[in-house]
Design a protein around this ligand. Structure first.
Ligand code: TEU
Length: 538
């Protein structure tokens, strides 16, 4: 397999508006990221993924861009951004920018022109029709919005304020490629490509049999031609890392985005876990890992993540955020850093931050959640019941401010935070984690260090020994004569795991574990609740 820096990297995602507020206006900013770069570097990560910070009316937290060439005022200035890039590079890290090219803001000058008249030269830069079809968007009951001025409907895969660009139009594509070169020429190290599976739309927009199954929005014919063109005209000229957000794909479909010989993207996020598996389902999760590995390994690259700014924090959603929070956070980290693919850490994950349940809908900001709330209330449903049904997966679960210390607002801001701080910040915060040698933070630091020193974590083949085991997850990674065994007891009670004969035959050496005192030599492992172990087999 070809060895590359981005396969070996660990990525840290910075949701800047919730990271650190340097000027007391209640919103995190790029200067705040600069001030905390030493913290990020200390963890040992190689790459920072920065959420969108382009000029935007901010209806969807920056995913509605009104000017691709400017920085949002809340975030800072272009000069601050340039300093940030510089400071990241000085610390031997890399910066990838989140880029949204499926849609713009409805305040983007292109859209303002496009909607101004039917014969405007930019009319065809967006998608206009006389009649809507029956599709939903991600965030609204219809994917079409009627525009009175010209008497037509425009298409939006997300919010009404996020009209989709018409990728069929070659002028649009050229304009986007030009803008990509602008950022790459500034020296960034790649892109996280938002909603990239949505670029192509089907001919004629046929009605869907089931409008609620929004898979029709993604992976439509023509998409891969766009990605190949993007690579040919832009990506191939730079030493960069491109990772696409690709919803609703099978491994076979996913491979088309990342197969090295196809020259499209380097890696993808698939959402078989985060979008499709609401709670921890061990057999299903293992099956997902095996299927993706079987199809991708040696051909294209995968990502490992269980949360990001759209998905509830992993220790709350998939682990135990109560009595075993620390063990569980470490177990999930062990798993993500030892499964095949590039591991991602979403800010705060490294101290085991948890999700929230705010008492009122007014405490929430997430446009997806708020729109859904309105939609359900309009059907006459009970507001409290609707709130409770939306809380577990609200995107705000992961968007609460980074918990730096136990001072007011968790040390995130001296002003009023744009979104409430998780009330548990007095116990869970960076200051505490840095003072505690057994913290999740130091455990993550070790995992990251291990990846740097042991190519087996990156390039080793993968074999799952526990397909049908409901609790224990045990798998090996092997590279040349190096053989590692990872054993995880993702469960609130203890479990014994009897090693298969082929594994029991080896001598074992503990590389890392989340409990002290592992002194077992026999073929049965007594795994404590949420215990994780990495062994070297010799
Ligand atoms: O998300 C795309 C998206 O559809 C997610 O809401 C979905 O839950 C999943 O993660 C992908 O299938 C991206 C951004 O991450 C999100 O914050 C934006 O709101 C959205 O695009 C629109 O730009």
């Amino acid at each position: 397999m070809k060895r590359t820096w981005w396969k070996e990297a660990v990525v840290y995602q910075v949701y800047w508006r919730s990271f650190y507020d340097s000027n007391g206006d209640g919103v995190g900013d790029l200067q705040g990221v600069i001030e905390k770069l030493d913290y990020i570097q200390h963890l040992g990560v190689d790459v920072i993924w920065l959420n969108p910070c382009y000029e935007s009316p901010d209806k969807d937290n920056g995913y509605d861009i009104s000017n691709y060439y400017a920085i949002m005022e809340k975030a800072g200035t272009m000069k601050t951004w340039e300093t940030l890039l510089d400071e990241v590079h000085k610390r031997d890290m890399k910066l990838i920018m989140d880029l949204v090219v499926n849609h713009t803001s409805d305040q983007h000058p292109w859209f303002i022109e496009s909607r101004s008249s039917r014969d405007n030269p930019k009319r065809d830069w967006y998608i206009w029709r006389d009649k809507p079809n029956n599709w939903r968007s991600y965030f609204t009951p219809s994917a079409w919005e009627y525009d009175e001025l010209t008497g037509q409907y425009y298409f939006h895969s997300f919010a009404v304020e996020q009209p989709d660009l018409n990728w069929k139009n070659p002028e649009v594509r050229q304009e986007i490629y030009k803008m990509m070169r602008f950022w790459l020429d500034k020296g960034i190290d790649g892109f996280r490509l938002d909603a990239i599976a949505l670029l192509a739309k089907p001919e004629g927009f046929p009605d869907a049999a089931d409008p609620n199954d929004i898979r029709y929005l993604t992976n439509n014919p023509g998409l891969h031609e766009y990605l190949r063109e993007m690579h040919e005209q832009v990506f191939q000229y730079y030493d960069i890392f491109t990772v696409g957000e690709v919803a609703f794909v099978s491994p076979e479909e996913g491979l088309k985005y990342v197969a090295e010989d196809r020259r499209e993207l380097n890696a993808l996020f698939h959402f078989e876990v985060c979008d499709e598996m609401p709670n921890w389902e061990p057999l299903r999760f293992k099956n997902i890992q095996r299927r993706w590995y079987d199809v991708l390994w040696g051909k294209g690259w995968n990502s490992q993540f269980l949360n990001n700014h759209d998905h509830t924090r992993q220790v709350t959603r998939y682990g135990n955020d109560k009595e075993y929070r620390v063990e569980s956070a470490k177990l999930l980290g062990t798993m993500l850093h030892t499964l095949p693919g590039t591991p991602y850490i979403y800010q705060g994950e490294e101290i085991g931050m948890t999700g929230v349940r705010f008492p009122s809908i007014d405490d929430y900001n997430d446009i997806a959640m708020k729109n859904k709330y309105e939609e359900e209330i309009a059907k006459g449903r009970d507001p409290q019941e609707v709130l409770e049904s939306l809380q577990p997966l609200s995107r705000d679960n992961s968007r609460t401010p980074m918990q730096w210390d136990d001072s007011p607002n968790a040390g995130f801001t001296t002003g009023t935070p744009w979104i409430k701080v998780n009330p548990n910040y007095k116990e869970i915060n960076v200051k505490q984690a840095l003072q505690d040698q057994n913290s999740v933070y130091y455990y993550y630091q070790k995992l990251i260090q291990l990846r740097k020193e042991n190519p087996v974590m990156v390039y080793g083949t993968f074999h799952d020994y526990t397909e049908n085991e409901p609790y224990i997850y045990a798998y090996t990674r092997e590279l040349d004569d190096v053989r590692w065994l990872i054993v995880l007891n993702h469960c609130d009670h203890a479990n014994d795991y009897e090693l298969p004969v082929s594994l029991a035959a080896y001598k074992r050496e503990v590389v890392l574990g989340n409990y002290p005192d592992i002194q077992e030599n026999g073929s049965v492992l007594h795994m404590r609740p949420h215990e994780a172990r990495i062994y070297r087999l010799i």
